[in-house]
Design a protein around this ligand. Structure first.
Ligand SMILES: Nc1ncnc2c1ncn2[C@@H]1O[C@H](COP(=O)(O)OP(=O)(O)OP(=O)(O)O)[C@@H](O)[C@H]1O
Length: 301
């Protein structure tokens, strides 16, 4: 029985960043706004068993984080379905952490979100703090933390919330080597317990050391999924070729690939549920401020 099954999954984002157009769209029921759909991932299909450790490989902007967010259920697919047997926990730099709250408060909230009781949180708090090595900084709002400190906190919380499926997205790339090794040791404990791990890393060395399976995504498409050795071999060959290009040729290659992504996305309909609620909230607030300003001006005349 699979642990995670990714079934023909696509993720489409709206990359029209024009906020004014978005606000106008709210006021005109979408008439003055044209969404610009973009396939960040397209028809991804694979399945993973309990005990598998899966490396996620790909150049910058290829869709690794989007894929790990989908598996962690931090975002939903635009098409297709993800079947998960178990509880996931995502570790990415500051994933799911509230910047305004202290480390201590974030521990409590994230643990509650993972279904831990107050007693379980109290019992585990010291271990989380010790693992994070944050000391007195735990009482500081995490907006004052370095990215390494946030990653340490995120890692410490995630491994203490009993996940069945651990998703580690570049979290080890920002900390120091000693901490990264400590995390790898803890991930090995998870492996020994037969848990499933997804591991996004630019360092193929770490994936070679740690994973038995790998998936290579390339500008939204799945190039290969299978045994780690086969996938890493093909990916390394590609990266070597890519590295041999001049800087200009590399940029040209990236532009061409993104151009293809854009072209293939042109005729897509943006799924209705993808309306960005932040934009809705910002638009509504701006509209209310505008109305308030107008009324204020009228009465002060
Ligand atoms: N919220 C978003 N809105 C619009 N586009 C997005 C969003 N998130 C990601 N994208 C786009 O989707 C594509 C894949 O991004 P993603 O972050 O998954 O790539 P990545 O492989 O993790 O990159 P990196 O190695 O640089 O972290 C990129 O083109 C990116 O610009």
């Amino acid at each position: 029985m699979y642990k995670v099954k990714v079934e023909n999954v696509s993720k489409i984002y709206d990359i029209n960043r024009n906020r004014i157009a978005k606000v106008l769209s709210l006021l005109t029921f979408g008439k003055l706004y044209k969404a610009k759909p973009f396939y960040a991932l397209r028809d991804i299909d694979f399945e993973v068993n309990a005990g598998d450790s899966v490396g996620i490989l790909g150049l910058n902007g290829s869709g690794k984080t989007t894929l790990s967010d989908l598996i962690a259920e931090a975002t939903v697919p635009s098409k297709g379905k993800i079947h998960i047997n178990g509880r996931t926990s995502l570790i990415a730099i500051s994933a799911g952490l509230n910047q305004e709250l202290t480390g201590e408060e974030n521990i409590r909230i994230k643990c509650l979100m993972h279904g831990l009781s107050e007693k379980q949180i109290a019992d585990r708090y010291d271990d989380i703090l010790k693992f994070s090595e944050l000391g007195e900084f735990i009482k500081q709002p995490i907006k004052n933390y370095s990215s390494g400190m946030k990653s340490r906190l995120g890692f410490a919380i995630a491994i203490h919330t009993d996940p069945d499926i651990l998703i580690v997205d570049e979290a080890l790339s920002v900390g120091d080597e000693t901490f990264a090794n400590k995390c790898i040791d803890r991930m090995r404990d998870f492996q020994e317990q037969g848990k499933t791990i997804f591991f996004v890393s630019h360092a193929t060395g770490q994936i070679r050391q740690f994973c038995n399976k790998a998936v290579w995504v390339q500008y939204g498409e799945m190039k290969q999924f299978g045994e780690m050795k086969d996938v890493v071999k093909k990916y390394a060959e590609f990266v070597n070729q890519y590295k041999n290009l001049t800087k200009d040729e590399q940029i040209e290659y990236k532009d061409k690939m993104v151009g293809i992504q854009m072209e293939e996305s042109q005729h897509l309909d943006l799924p209705k549920e993808k309306i960005n609620m932040n934009s809705v909230a910002i638009g509504t607030l701006l509209f209310l401020f505008m109305m308030f300003g107008i009324v204020f001006q009228i009465f002060s005349l």
